[in-house]
Design a protein around this ligand. Structure first.
Ligand code: ATP
Ligand code: LTN
Length: 333
């Protein structure tokens, strides 16, 4: 019998989930759950690397879990759980902090971007990639579906895993990153040189999965475009329109070429109006299901079951790590 591939990915409960998260990550999660043994985590320990309001954080964990299900993740097929419910993540995270080098962490662009201009930055924000490596390596993961911004973290995860294996003997499977050709990097609506992000201070920069139809229409009409009036895909010369074309193509399941033909000679106004309607139609069924799930009281049970399964799978890896490193005296003989 051929073993199913192990898939692991995570999203931070650090704000309202955006269309970028959906098109870059969540859609891949759903596609993989039928064929893989998939673990999808709500990475709350990563979220606290920057300040969070405790009451809001707990709400956002439940919001994100509800959204996982609303977009089509099935808790009977995928393991859905919260990172801090499985203490093995923190334990392995510490060990891997003792493997990764300061120089490697200093080169991470996500750290540089998030630390830029801040007076004080937590040590956790700096060591964030060691915890992310722990998330992935704990489950002997083969594939990690993410957006392009996480590629560098994945490369470091492989380096950390390889270093550990070389120093202590074969312990971890080395994971591969799974990026979409399109959708891996959805850009901001107000600035096509920046990725769409849920923690950007300008809400006009992103479409949120729970935005009302009116908000979607308003945000789309205000989305920046490029200087001429041609709807053409050319990321270098026309980054704003190319981003909107990519969003349209992925949401309507139409090729970019077909869309370019459809909008030949039509200008940006019609294009943006139609795109807004496509997004309203894509998001409405998700929002309806979200409201049902969020108010159903089922979420805690689903997350509890998920955490129990995750603990079972994570435990043998953590025990092996302790044994290899020479830690503790009760978990192995
Ligand atoms: P934050 O702004 O809080 O850092 P984020 O919006 O960047 O959050 P994450 O929780 O860091 O979102 O990412 C969750 C997943 O969504 C990751 O796989 C990430 O690569 C992907 N992702 C995030 N933003 C985009 C985007 N603009 N385009 C495509 N994928 C994205
Ligand atoms: N760093 C990721 C979130 C994340 C993750 C993971 C993604 C934490 N642990 C493990 C994939 C696998 C982010 O900021 N998007």
């Amino acid at each position: 019998m051929s073993q199913r591939q192990r898939v692991f990915s995570g999203i931070q409960p650090s704000g309202q989930i955006t269309l970028g998260n959906y098109l870059g990550a969540l859609k891949q999660f759903v596609n993989l759950q039928d064929t893989a043994d998939a673990f999808y985590c709500i990475v709350d320990l990563h979220a606290i690397t920057v300040p969070q309001d405790p009451t809001l954080l707990r709400e956002r964990i439940l919001d994100l879990a509800s959204l996982y299900i609303a977009v089509g993740l099935d808790p009977n097929k995928s393991t859905l759980f919260v990172q801090s419910d499985v203490s093995a993540h923190s334990e392995l995270g510490w060990v891997l902090q003792c493997i990764v080098h300061m120089g490697e962490l200093s080169r991470m662009t996500q750290f540089k971007e998030k630390a830029e201009g801040k007076d004080s930055v937590s040590v956790g924000l700096f060591t964030y990639p060691a915890l992310m490596a722990a998330d992935i390596l704990l489950y002997q993961t083969n594939l990690v579906p993410v957006g392009e911004d996480q590629k560098q973290h994945l490369e470091l995860t492989r380096d950390i895993g390889e270093r550990f294996n070389t120093r202590f003997g074969s312990t971890f499977t080395l994971p591969e990153v799974l990026l979409l050709d399109q959708g891996a990097r959805i850009m901001s609506l107000d600035d096509p040189t920046k990725k769409m992000s849920k923690s950007n201070s300008n809400p006009q920069s992103r479409i949120e999965m729970l935005d009302s139809p009116d908000d979607i229409r308003k945000k789309m009409s205000r989305a920046v475009t490029d200087s001429d009036r041609e709807v053409r895909f050319d990321p270098k010369q026309k980054p704003a329109v190319s981003n909107l074309l990519a969003i349209y193509s992925l949401s309507a399941n139409k090729s970019i070429q077909t869309l370019e033909k459809e909008y030949q000679g039509k200008g940006y106004g019609d294009f943006k109006k139609d795109l807004a309607e496509v997004l309203v139609n894509t998001l409405q069924p998700i929002q309806k299901r979200y409201a049902e799930i969020r108010n159903s009281g089922e979420i805690q049970d689903i997350l509890k079951r998920g955490a129990n399964r995750a603990k079972e799978v994570a435990r043998p890896t953590l025990d092996l790590v302790k044994q290899q490193v020479g830690l503790g005296c009760t978990t192995h003989s």
